[in-house]
Design a protein around this ligand. Structure first.
Ligand SMILES: NC(=O)c1ccc[n+]([C@@H]2O[C@H](COP(=O)([O-])OP(=O)(O)OC[C@H]3O[C@@H](n4cnc5c(N)ncnc54)[C@H](OP(=O)(O)O)[C@@H]3O)[C@@H](O)[C@H]2O)c1
Length: 246
């Protein structure tokens, strides 16, 4: 999949919302979608980071993006509905939704896992994608071909000691993805899939593996072909699939 070579106009005129767009994989995805013609809505919790991505996209001459600061940890259903209203009002539809924002929590045995920490990870990594998807479906139904991409992880497909809430949340995300994909299979043009990006050199990866030699890891830009494939029309027939960056 990493040898996928899309045309520069793959996402022309597409309206795509990316969560966690200020850093790491989300930043690379937002820039890559914009470079392929999309108008990108940059959602994240740190406005200065979103502004930096905005400036990079604008300076590169790609379609003007939009910034939507939002902390997914404390966001309420009302906040998501407000966002969906803004989308409809300004763009009339939503073609793509990349759920990318995530937090690591702590690497701790379940027996000692802090309950407050557990709830935070569940809120950002699982509940937020549910609430955001629910709010955005009306806007996505207006798109000729919609794509929803959930981010997952290998520990969300096969449990691993000490990955606690992070692993459990992504098992939930995979279930959410499959359920939604099945529901939208008929009578909509919206496809729903998940990506496990594999080990990628980002702040989260460094937090999880502080002593690791990161020079051997791919950078976020290196894994963009799979994101472009799932976001663009070449994957119109792909639904309910859990993809992995090899
Ligand atoms: N890197 C890997 O090796 C790897 C492997 C498997 C899965 N993943 C998954 O891939 C996704 C991206 O990871 P990454 O490595 O790029 O991580 P990252 O560099 O830590 O970036 C995460 C992004 O999510 C945002 N975010 C976190 N909490 C948020 C909240 N409460 N509200 C809004 N935005 C929030 C962060 O905002 P700030 O910039 O403001 O902190 C940041 O922009 C995550 O879902 C992660 O679990 C990564």
């Amino acid at each position: 999949m990493l040898d996928y070579k899309p045309s520069n106009t793959l996402l022309t005129d597409r309206i795509i919302l990316v969560t966690g767009a200020g850093d790491g994989i989300g930043k690379a995805a937002a820039k890559s979608f914009a470079a392929h013609g999309a108008t990108v809505i940059l959602l994240g919790r740190t406005t200065t980071k979103l502004e930096a991505v905005y400036d990079e996209i604008e300076q590169a001459g790609h379609p003007q993006p939009a910034i939507y600061p939002m902390n997914l940890e404390g966001a309420t259903p009302n906040d998501y509905n407000n966002l969906a209203e803004v989308l409809i009002k300004n763009f009339g539809r939503l073609d793509g939704l990349l759920h990318n924002a995530g937090i690591l929590g702590s690497l701790t045995p379940i027996e000692h896992y802090n309950a407050e920490q557990w709830n935070k990870v569940m809120q950002v990594n699982l509940n937020a994608p549910f609430l955001l998807t629910k709010a955005c479906l009306t806007a996505m139904r207006q798109a000729p071909n919609g794509s929803i991409i959930f981010t997952s992880a290998n520990v969300g497909r096969k449990g691993k000691a000490y990955w606690g809430a992070y692993a459990s949340a992504y098992f939930g995300v995979e279930g959410l993805m499959q359920t939604l994909a099945d529901e939208l299979e008929t009578n909509t043009n919206i496809r729903v899939n998940s990506i496990d990006p594999g080990a990628v050199h980002t702040k989260m990866r460094t937090d999880a593996y502080p002593g690791e030699d990161y020079t051997a890891l791919p950078n976020p830009d290196d894994i963009m072909p799979i994101y472009l494939y799932l976001m663009g029309q070449d994957s119109n027939d792909v639904n309910g699939q859990a993809l992995t960056v090899d």
